[in-house]
Design a protein around this ligand. Structure first.
Ligand code: G3H
Ligand code: ZN
Length: 328
């Protein structure tokens, strides 16, 4: 069906008590594997375009790929900008037909994050499109200065918590970056963001599931503001914590590194088995199968299987703009 808005997807998830997977759209193989698996599981899904995907494929290709993919499946699909960098980039994505936006002002001072998020929300809302914001900072693995050995352990998730692989100084960084509950209400009141990405212990780009979440902090944040919460960097989070966060009411879970690794794992295996293969189209099938297995695992964990048809989606529905004060 045609793309639906991110707000329709997240509102249904919040009401239904499940989370929707947000998987990165990087190439045809990953988009097809994600959409076909969600279609088979009757699960709503968000395909998101990252900064890396914009550099790799370009906005036009990435957008066209997701739109075409969504039209090929029966389940609702939203097209989301992941970690948008500016007001201008959000406007470009809005014009390109994205049905969900994000501004990541996590590295900006608080007031600047509020100002830019609020401006984007004002423009996006006029077009019926929701905006995700980031409060606190979900770090990337490269944001840490640790020995090569500790970096390797951190990357592979070989620690009982990420703190095990970090010096006291680096541990303090994680604590400082965590989302502050006392700012959440002010941030939401002033920006009118539609969903909130929170920093509660995860790190982007981990390959093993060694990060533990601060679920007490998540509860405090949820008590402070009643909007859909977004969990970033889920590739590196222990699965029982992902499940606990979804049970507590997280509505969107972002997974990227795991999907990329599955495509690489399967493709390497195929090339080892058939080193003389000259048709490149025949080397991706196993990687796509591995992506499908990962999606099945996550979608089941999120509780989103079978939820595609519970929200009364209207195929081709216009974005849900509030027209209450529109002239007849
Ligand atoms: O915004 C993207 C996600 O947070 C993905 O992070 O690659 O660590 O799963 P990940
Ligand atoms: Zn992220």
């Amino acid at each position: 069906m045609p793309l639906v808005t991110g707000s329709a997807i997240l509102k249904a998830a919040k009401k239904g008590g499940y989370a929707v997977g947000a998987f990165n759209a990087n190439n045809l193989e990953s988009v097809k594997a994600v959409l076909e698996t969600c279609d088979e599981m009757d699960a709503p899904v968000i395909l998101q375009v990252s900064q890396g995907a914009i550099q790799y494929a370009g906005l036009h290709y990435a957008t066209a790929m997701v739109k075409a993919g969504a039209e090929n499946v029966k389940v609702p699909v939203a097209l989301h900008l992941d970690h948008g960098t500016s007001f201008e980039q959000n406007c470009q994505c809005l014009a390109a037909g994205f049905t969900s936006l994000m501004y990541d002002g996590s590295k900006e001072p608080y007031e600047k994050n509020v100002e830019t998020t609020a401006l984007i929300a004002r423009v996006a809302h006029a077009a019926g499109v929701p905006v995700e914001a980031e409060l606190g900072l979900v770090p990337r693995i490269e944001d840490f200065t640790v020995s090569a050995e500790d970096m390797d352990r951190l990357r592979k998730g070989e620690c009982s918590s990420i703190y095990d692989c970090l010096s006291a100084e680096e541990q303090k960084k994680v604590d400082d970056w965590c989302t502050k509950p006392e700012l959440a209400k002010d941030f939401h009141d002033r920006t009118q963001c539609d969903s909130l990405a929170v920093a509660i212990g995860a790190i982007h780009g981990m390959e093993g599931q060694g990060a533990r979440l601060n679920l007490d902090l998540l509860q405090k944040l949820m008590d402070a503001v009643d909007i859909p919460f977004v969990l970033h960097a889920a590739s590196g989070i222990a699965l029982d914590d992902v499940k606990a966060a979804c049970t507590m009411g997280v509505c969107k879970v972002n997974v990227a590194t795991r999907i990329s690794m599955e495509l690489i794992r399967g493709t390497k295996q195929r090339l080892e088995e058939k080193p003389k293969q000259k048709d490149f189209r025949k080397v991706f099938d196993l990687g796509m199968t591995y992506i499908a297995e990962a999606i099945r695992e996550y979608v089941t964990l999120f509780g989103a299987a079978g939820k595609a048809y519970t929200a009364g989606w209207a195929a081709g529905a216009m974005p849900d703009i509030d027209r209450s004060d529109s002239p007849e």
